[in-house]
Design a protein around this ligand. Structure first.
Ligand code: NDP
Length: 278
């Protein structure tokens, strides 16, 4: 059921993760990210997606403290960066992130990219953090099916989430089907294709038809497909508008129209060709 901003997906370990959250990549540490989270929480968001790479975990932690909500009402995700991968180094990176976030526990910790030769050791560290109760759920990001299969051949705990680039121009149909069959929740990064969706004529037509904006059409398409989504903005009105998607429903035909926009176009890197050496 898609009723409101605080609806959740139940991960395979029973933890509830909000279907909608705020992304904070490129939101500046300090005032900018603090304000963005403040606007989001006021609008009803309960999930924040950061990463050590975003260099704003301190601001995210500050915003969490300032927002006045009980900790357990928020769902906080961060990620281990490529250069920190490996068993001991991941455990150290986690402590560093937790210090910056100033949290007692994390909701979701992700491997940011599948660094070859390292992600299995990194995963063992995530499993330890999970078993020790430091984090409520663990997952991966930018994993293709072959990375997941390789990881799961040795994993004791199956990833709960795979966060990947996903938008109408890169709809990831096969990966979504595979993850669904494995009980791994799919989360869309760059759900607005970093703004590229705004130029699409088909999406503009649908926006006019439903009297909604293009971002609202695209984010609603995510939710109707069961995809967790985390649009980023630092502007209050956009943060409010992006979440105003619970008063309409895209028809089956219009969902298919958006599905047909797929052209396997990435705004970011293909995980198979990512340069991990930084
Ligand atoms: P998005 O697809 O969310 O697009 C964000 C861009 O769109 C920003 O420039 C924002 O500008 C603009 N925007 C947002 N809402 C509107 C609107 N209503 N109208 C017009 N423009 C709008 O891109 P992101 O790359 O930020 O992806 C979202 C999140 O996913 C990230 O913040 C991060 O948390 C995560 N991510 C994860 C990655 C991974 O490897 N795991 C990689 C990349 C992202 P403005 O802020 O000025 O409003």
């Amino acid at each position: 059921m898609i009723n409101n901003l605080q609806d959740t997906t139940i991960l395979h370990n029973g933890v509830k993760m909000p279907n909608f959250g705020l992304g904070v990549y490129k939101s500046q540490d300090g005032e900018e990210v603090i304000n963005a989270i403040h606007y989001a929480v006021k609008a009803g968001y309960r999930s924040i997606d950061t990463a050590s790479l975003y260099f704003n975990e301190t601001g995210v932690g500050e915003a969490i403290k300032q927002c006045g909500l009980p900790r357990e009402e928020l769902f906080i995700t961060t990620k281990v960066w490529n250069s920190d991968q490996g068993y001991e180094s991941t455990l150290a990176a986690f402590e560093e992130s937790m210090k910056k976030l100033d949290l007692e526990y994390l909701d979701l910790y992700l491997i940011h990219w599948p660094v070859k030769e390292k992600y299995k050791d990194t995963w063992r560290a995530l499993e330890k953090l999970y078993k020790d109760g430091r984090v409520r759920a663990i997952g991966v990001s930018n994993f293709h099916q072959h990375h997941l299969e390789d990881l799961m051949s040795v994993a004791q705990v199956k990833p709960m989430v795979n966060q990947v680039e996903l938008h109408p121009f890169l709809s990831q149909v096969e990966l979504r089907a595979y993850c669904q069959s494995e009980g791994i929740a799919i989360e869309a990064w760059s759900p607005l294709a970093r703004g590229r969706v705004l130029q699409d004529p088909t999406l503009a037509e649908l926006a006019a038809k439903y009297n909604k904006s293009i971002p609202q059409i695209v984010l609603r398409w995510d939710l109707q497909h069961g995809i967790i989504t985390i649009p980023k903005s630092v502007h209050e009105q956009r943060i409010i508008d992006n979440a105003d998607i619970f008063d309409f429903e895209l028809s089956v035909e219009d969902m298919k129209k958006i599905d047909s926009l797929n052209r396997n176009e990435r705004t970011g890197q293909n995980p198979d060709y990512f340069h991990f050496d930084f």
